[in-house]
Write a protein that binds this ligand. Structure first.
Ligand code: GLN
Length: 296
């Protein structure tokens, strides 16, 4: 462990901001001022307005000590979201802890596409059955359940930690989701249920690339949520093999994919023999990020 920082000369909010921000900058933070603000507000439980209008207020020495400890944790690349315990996804706050992947903005595109395409295929009011494979924090399944309360939403994860955290999120957000623990679609195959919508953001980083990821990701996020096997495509392969058994006669499949994987995954959807149309959607960085398959 590090020796604790001595910031006992810091007496106001403004001084705390300056001190924390220059410490984080020296440690290599890209947006040190923003991070310092978040950590101070987190230590005080303040919103942005309160913070911005209290710059000259004095700050409690215990809070300063707590802030210094948070800054030291951040210097070891611990993700801010784990430190604060929360990440916003599709306009809702999700509890996140080290047992689950921090939901990413790219995944919002996946969810948006599912909602758009489902409306186009079935209309808004149909009571569809949607399954989300790889629950994580519950970002996908809970958002779908909140946005389309008339749907039945189920989700599967291998990790009991993830299932526990996602259940907590469902309770907090008032979402009705059926949680199952197991390996990919295995629990669904066992019950013989067929789905209208299959959505997944599976682990897709090729095993040998996991070591190359940023420290923030590599040291703190669960490997189970990242490692997609030798070529990164193992989960898609297994999911696509199960499609003939899983899909209803009219169905939608939606996958998030990693860089340069969309073509291979599109091909797997075709090869399944039950998909009539495949479509690819790019993220805001122009990377092919979402692969959609429709069975008509
Ligand atoms: N479905 C979750 C998410 O998108 C978890 C995904 C994962 O762990 N690979 O955030």
């Amino acid at each position: 462990m590090h020796t604790p920082l001595d910031w006992s000369d810091v007496t106001t909010i403004r001084e705390a901001l300056t001190r924390a921000s220059s410490f984080l900058r020296e440690q290599g933070a890209k947006d040190s001022l923003f991070e310092a603000e978040l950590l101070i507000r987190h230590s005080l439980g303040w919103d942005r307005t309160r913070f911005l209008t209290s710059m000259n207020d004095s700050i409690n020495p215990q809070v300063v000590q707590q802030l210094a400890a948070l800054c030291q944790r951040r210097a070891t690349h611990e993700p801010l979201q784990y430190m604060m315990g929360t990440q916003e996804f599709y306009g809702r706050p999700f509890v996140v802890r080290p047992g689950v992947l921090i939901p990413r903005p790219e995944t919002e595109i996946l969810v948006e596409q599912v909602l758009l395409r489902a409306s186009a295929l079935w209309g808004e009011d149909e009571a569809l059955f949607a399954a989300d494979i790889g629950t994580g924090s519950g970002a996908i399944c809970i958002t779908l359940a909140c946005e389309r309360p008339q749907w039945q939403v189920a989700t599967v994860d291998l990790s009991s930690d993830a299932t526990r955290i996602a259940k907590e999120n469902a309770d907090r957000l008032g979402a009705q989701v059926r949680f199952m623990q197991g390996d990919l679609v295995q629990p669904l195959l066992e019950t013989g249920e067929k789905v209208d919508i299959l959505v997944s953001n599976p682990p897709y980083i090729p095993s040998s690339d996991v070591e190359e990821l940023d420290e923030e990701v590599r040291l703190y996020e669960p490997r189970l949520a990242l490692d997609g096997g030798q070529d990164g495509l193992i989960c898609y392969r297994r999911l696509c093999e199960a499609l003939p058994e899983l899909l209803k006669p009219k169905a939608l499949v939606a996958f998030e994919v990693g860089i340069h994987q969309a073509g291979d995954v599109a091909e797997m959807l075709h090869q399944s023999g039950v998909i009539d149309e495949v479509d690819i959607v790019c993220d805001l960085a122009g990377i092919e990020r979402v692969v959609l398959g429709t069975r008509k």
